[in-house]
Design a protein around this ligand. Structure first.
Ligand code: IMP
Length: 188
């Protein structure tokens, strides 16, 4: 680990890292990228998946590390795709999601950040943003960004310039940053 980083973000997804880095910079935390494939257990709990992933990440990079696991939960589909969001995106994508929803478009996006180091096997931070699925894909963002409209907005995440100050990721990372800041001052 390069000394210029406070901790690493382990993922194969550079988009997530770029957003997490920008968010944590506002809390004076320097985040490095540890690009890797992580073991993903089958579970209907994002927290269990995240906890296993960060322990796996720590066993690989051997330095303080966070991972993130996200889920898009659609009300009319009883929370589907939820923990299966990644697989569903790869298989049916945004077009498939738009075909599945019609009148009730309410949805939420949840981000789970899990931190692991030599003292903490895994510490979980959760952030959720309410919103709805758009009628059609709008904007050029990654993942579900073109079809998710956060509550109080008329544009999708892909169209919004301020996604990083209101996203599920910002909410979970803000909680993490407050906790991490305290740990660093205890250790000094
Ligand atoms: P993962 O399993 O944590 O990688 O995320 C589940 C799915 O949600 C993946 O297909 C991601 O691309 C997607 N995803 C996670 N966060 C976001 C986001 O902020 N915007 C759009 N899609 C996202």
């Amino acid at each position: 680990m390069r000394q210029s980083y406070d901790l690493m973000f382990a993922s194969s997804n550079k988009n997530k890292y770029n957003e997490a880095k920008e968010i944590l910079t506002t809390f004076n935390i320097a985040l490095g990228f540890y690009k890797c494939e992580l073991e993903e257990i089958q579970s209907d709990s994002l927290k269990k998946i995240a906890s296993h992933k960060s322990q796996n990440a720590f066993s690989k990079c051997k330095c303080p590390v966070i991972i993130e696991d996200d889920g898009l939960f659609i009300d009319a589909l009883n929370g589907f795709p939820g923990p299966y969001s990644s697989y569903v995106f790869k298989t049916i994508g945004n077009k498939g999601i738009l075909r599945l929803v019609s009148s009730d478009l309410r949805a939420k996006f949840t981000s789970i950040i899990s931190f692991s180091d030599e003292k903490n096997s895994s510490k979980i931070f959760e952030g959720t943003i309410l919103g709805k699925i758009s009628q059609k894909a709008l904007g050029n963002g990654w993942g579900y960004d073109p079809i998710f409209i956060p509550e109080g907005e008329t544009k999708t995440f892909a169209q919004l310039e301020n996604k990083n100050v209101l996203s599920h990721r910002h909410k979970s990372l803000e909680k993490f940053a407050k906790w991490f800041g305290k740990q660093v001052s205890i250790d000094r």
